[in-house]
Design a protein around this ligand. Sequence first.
Ligand SMILES: [Fe+2]
Length: 182
Amino acid sequence: MEQTERARDFARRLLAEPLAGRWTHTQGVGHKAESVAHLVGDDADALVCAAWLHDVGYSPALTASGMHQLDGARYLRDVAGFDGLVCRLVAHHSFAVIEARNRGLAGQLVGEFPAVEGLVSDALTYADMTTNPNGDPVEVEQRLAEILARYGNGDLVAESIREASPRISSSVRTVTALLAAT
Ligand SMILES: [Fe+2]
């Protein structure tokens, strides 16, 4: 089975029944990543896999630390056996290192999963942050506002996203500009 097909199956199994909303969002992110995968050359397969798998850490079946990016990446590395780049992308998607720092988990996150720099990371952030909870395309500003409203002022996730917002927006601009030029 191709790695991307396997990634889609894992995500469906982990999310569709317990967290139907997350599965709906995930399908939108997966398809968005597929639509930009041509931009990242040899990393296309890892990008698409990571998009399908980026939120599996929310699944009740594998929650451990309470940080979905870290729980998901550990599961994908230790249980599912996905390749290292996929696990690192999931661990760091949408600038998770800021949330990890706020949770006191940055050492574990970065120690176990070195951050991925560059366009493939931007492309995953683009796919996640231009897809709303219903799986539909949305402008990044609306997406960020919706997350802040959903979690509420002062919430750790909301404050982490607020701090990450300039970097998230920059990633989205980078990918949008490349798409416009191709
Ligand atoms: Fe997401």
